[in-house]
Design a protein around this ligand. Structure first.
Ligand SMILES: NC(=O)c1ccc[n+]([C@@H]2O[C@H](COP(=O)([O-])OP(=O)(O)OC[C@H]3O[C@@H](n4cnc5c(N)ncnc54)[C@H](OP(=O)(O)O)[C@@H]3O)[C@@H](O)[C@H]2O)c1
Length: 284
């Protein structure tokens, strides 16, 4: 991956970050930019092969100044999350930053979401964010401070066709506010990014599997008239982690090309899925 960054090249030198879901898509862009800026990065998700390939590619990229390592971790499992922080501390000695990026959902009218599917999406996108935040706080940040950024989704007017993730992301927005208040005296800042539709190769493949027209039809709802890029989320993560954002906590920043101010994804997503009446993709 070719990495570009507008930030000073040593911004995160000798810092340590955990990036969940850091082997693919938006998470990979974040992990690469952090490493480019000197940060040592632990990427964590469920698929070991993908993690290994991503960490190797980062360590073989001479433009990156930090080191990359990986841990297999299902963020829905508290014991996996405990071993993620333990392994990171053993490998890099500290945890300055956590990026809760790992997540996922599937498209379905609400009435067709099973209990299993609902729980999987809530546990991944909301409970996983809580487990990881709590564990880095207990194991490092409560005594040493730090910064957390959650990658969430633009859900201000609901996300028709994805009731589970919309509810989970609303939970993350509130968790961001609450944890920022509880942990401010320990010098821990917590912010979120409400991502609009981003053309990560993985999200594109999934959407096309669901319906090749879905992404095209969302573009009409976005004032910027295009999808966002993973690098456009990554640069905002770097800003929120950096000292430039020292006075920002408990905030959710919308990065969506103006989408939250304008169109509705109702036509784009829900009407397509209603035609089939079935979930378009299944949770793993
Ligand atoms: N692309 C968009 O338009 C968009 C918009 C709004 C929000 N988001 C959010 O942004 C984040 C990144 O999305 P993306 O587009 O880059 O898609 P992606 O490449 O599929 O990223 C999701 C990552 O999360 C990991 N993950 C999923 N479930 C996990 C679990 N239980 N434990 C640990 N890791 C898990 C996946 O790895 P494994 O499968 O190997 O575990 C994958 O690396 C996600 O939270 C997504 O919901 C994306």
């Amino acid at each position: 991956m070719r990495v570009k960054s507008i930030f000073s090249s040593n911004l995160f030198r000798d810092r340590v970050a955990i990036v969940t879901g850091g082997a693919t898509g938006i998470g990979a862009a974040i992990a690469n930019e952090l490493c480019y800026l000197g940060c040592n990065v632990m990427i964590a998700s469920r698929n070991t092969e993908r993690l290994k390939a991503a960490a190797n590619a980062m360590n073989n990229n001479t433009e990156l100044r930090g080191e990359a390592s990986y841990v297999k971790c299902n963020i829905r499992s508290e014991s996996d999350v405990k071993s993620l922080t333990k392994t990171t501390l053993k490998r890099f000695g500290k945890i300055d930053y956590l990026v809760n990026n790992g997540g996922g959902q599937f498209i379905s009218p609400a009435e067709h979401i099973s209990v299993k599917g609902w729980n999987a999406v809530i546990e991944t996108n909301m409970t996983g964010t809580f487990y990881c935040s709590k564990q880095v706080y207990l194991d490092w940040m409560s005594k040493n401070g730090g910064a957390i950024v959650n990658i969430s989704a633009d859900n201000w007017r609901g996300i028709p066709g994805m009731a589970h993730t919309s509810a989970a992301r609303a939970g993350v927005d509130n968790l961001t506010k609450t944890l920022s208040l509880e942990w401010v005296e320990n010098n821990v800042r917590i912010n979120s990014i409400a991502s609009g539709v981003i053309d990560s190769s993985t999200s594109t493949a999934r959407a096309n599997y669901a319906d090749p027209k879905i992404f095209d039809s969302t573009i009409k709802q976005i004032p910027a008239s295009r999808l966002g890029l993973p690098e456009e989320i990554s640069s905002c993560v770097c800003f929120l982690l950096s000292p430039a954002a020292e006075y920002i906590t408990g905030e959710t920043l919308k990065v969506d090309g103006g989408g939250s101010l304008y169109g509705s994804f109702l036509d784009a997503i829900l009407k397509h899925t209603r035609r089939s009446g079935q979930p378009a993709t299944s949770p793993k």
